[in-house]
Every structure is written in C-alpha cells, then in structure tokens.
Write a protein that binds this ligand. Structure first.
Ligand code: ZN
Length: 335
C-alpha cells in the first residue's frame, strides 16, 4: 500500500466515523406535539367527570296562563332533582320570565308552523331566504324579551346539512341533527329516544316503562363510550300529564335518580358549547428528559383534566388542583 493509499483510506475511515456520530440518536429532548405523541390524553369533560349530561325540553311556550303554570311546575321539578335544563323555546309564543341561571332559553324556529303546508315541520320546503328570515325574526324576538340566545334546534328537525353555514352565523351551537356529519364541534347531537314522548309516556304499560328506561341507559352507556355528550330529548307539553300520573312520574324520578348516582357533569347546552370552544383552543408541547415529562399548555383552562401512563415526574406550566394516581395512570385536574 502506497503512502497515498494510506492517506485516502484513513480519510475514508475518519469520514465514516464522523458520519455515524452525526446519525447517532441524541438524548430525547426534542419538542413533540399533541398530534404525534400519545403520551398524555386530555378528557373531553372537565373535573375528571365521566361524561356531560344535558336535559333539553323542546316547545317551551309562555303565551297563556296554563303554559306559565306548567313552566313553573317543570322548573320546580328539575330544581328538586338538581338538573340544569335547556329549554328550546318557540319565540312567537314567548314572553319575559324570570328564569334562574341553571336554566337556558335557546331558540326553536320561529312559530313551529310551516307557512306553506301548515305542518309542524316549520322549515321543510322553504327557500334559504325564507329560512333565514324566520330564524332571524325568532332570534330577535327572544332577544327583545330579554333572553340571550346561544343555540338553536329546528322544529321537527326540519333543517338540512346545507343550512349549517347559515346556522353558524347566528348561533354558538345547533342541535337540529340526529347524527351530525363531521362537524361535531358545532352540532351538538342528541339521543333520539324521547324521555317524555317514548320512555316515560303515559300510554306505555308499566313493564314497558321499565324496559324502555333500560333501553335508554344502554344508549347512554354507548354514547359515553364514544365520548358523545348525553343530550336528553323531551317535550314541554308532555310534562303536564307525566307529572300528574304516579306511574309516569315515578319513571321520570327513577331516571334522574340513576343519573344523579353517576359522576356526570350536569349542565346546559350553552355552558357545554362554551367549554368545548375553550377546549378546542388548547394545545401543548412536551419536553421529555430521562426523568421528567414537562407539559407546556398554551392556556391554563380551569378544570381541564388529563391523564398519562408515563412513570416520569410530570411538570406543567399550569397549577394542578388535583392529582390522582393508580397503577395504570396518573390523572391531573388543572386549578
Ligand atoms: Zn318542537
């Protein structure tokens, strides 16, 4: 081997050593984003609750004395059961009323009557312009009566997916659709079984009442498993007969008693929509060393709950209210 060859070979070996040094993985301190790192999981409900529970009552009307009396009875009932409630009110039949702050008044069309065929399907076969006019008129009417309108549900669910952009210009949320397409952040879905129309209805026999209630809880558990909020559908005028009849009232009582045994966040549609909109802005970065996992949130959202399977020491830029550890995972709730 000539001297020239030796120099070339040495250069080659040194180059290879240098190249392999560059490619050697460093201690993992790089920033990892939420999308690519499953190290922590943020829960969709606050305070480590198992799900959100919302009672909704459609068709609220306050135009005659009997309706005002019924409203009082329903409010007394849900207050006794500690259930916050969202009423979807028909603007044309409303008037000012002093509701407490655990009651939300949302909008249900304009007058629940279709001007073309007189049916209850208010928006069916109307033009986009006609629909927009009725929605706006209804919203303004409620606002004139002192209500702040955050959300909407169409009478007999008579809107279509193509109306979603219009709804977005008027409301924080909408709940007009059985199975929301892919816009679950805006459209809050509801459970299709009607608590007062099907489950605890006076026409149902005692045995069926029990069975149908069981069916509703099966649906509730499936929704919880898929992280959908538990939004219960019921109707204002049904409560008149249900609250008067012992069997049906007992059905309603046992339903809410079972709900109260569970660890749900009971709230209104509006407060859930606000929570979701805050939750959607949350982002974080992870900085991982051999011993610690440092989580830096862009905002410290009160009651935000996250879990991790990491055994490392957890540090965050937000104050922790509660830390709970078991053999599987550690749960944190922000202050
Ligand atoms: Zn209705």
């Amino acid at each position: 081997m000539t001297k020239k060859h030796t120099i070339l070979l040495t250069t080659l070996i040194i180059s290879l050593i240098l190249l392999s040094a560059i490619n050697t993985p460093q201690t993992p301190t790089a920033l990892i984003t939420q999308q690519i790192n499953p190290e922590i999981t943020i829960k969709h409900t606050p305070n480590n609750t198992d799900n959100v529970f919302i009672l909704t009552i459609d068709d609220l009307s306050l135009s005659v004395a009997a309706q005002i009396r019924l409203t009082g009875k329903i409010i007394e009932y849900v207050k006794n059961k500690s259930i916050p409630t969202t009423f979807f009110a028909i603007p044309a039949y409303m008037q000012p009323y002093n509701f407490s702050n655990v009651i939300e008044i949302a909008q249900h069309g304009y007058n629940h009557i279709n001007p073309k065929d007189n049916s209850h399907r208010e928006f069916t076969n109307l033009t986009d312009k006609e629909i927009e006019a009725r929605l706006t008129k209804g919203k303004h009417l409620l606002e004139k009566q002192g209500y702040t309108v955050y959300g909407h549900r169409a009478p007999c669910f008579s809107l279509k997916e193509k109306h979603i952009p219009l709804l977005k210009t008027l409301y924080l949320y909408d709940s007009s659709f059985h199975v929301p397409p892919n816009q679950t952040d805006y459209l809050i879905p509801y459970i299709w079984l009607d608590l007062t129309g099907n489950i605890c209805n006076i026409t149902t026999s005692n045995k069926t009442l029990k069975d149908s209630k069981q069916k509703l809880f099966t649906v509730i558990d499936n929704w919880t498993a898929s992280e959908k909020p538990i939004v219960i559908l019921s109707h204002f005028f049904d409560y008149e007969t249900i609250l008067q009849n012992n069997q049906t009232k007992e059905c309603l009582n046992s339903f809410f008693d079972e709900i109260n045994k569970r660890y749900y966040w009971k709230t209104t549609m509006k407060d859930y929509a606000i929570w979701k909109s805050h939750l959607n802005t949350i982002n974080y970065t992870l900085n991982e060393t051999e011993t610690t996992l440092e989580i830096t949130f862009n905002t410290c959202l009160s009651a935000l709950t996250f879990e991790t399977h990491s055994k490392k020491q957890i540090k965050t830029n937000c104050q922790i209210k509660i830390k709970h550890k078991n053999s599987q995972k550690t749960t944190f709730i922000l202050k």
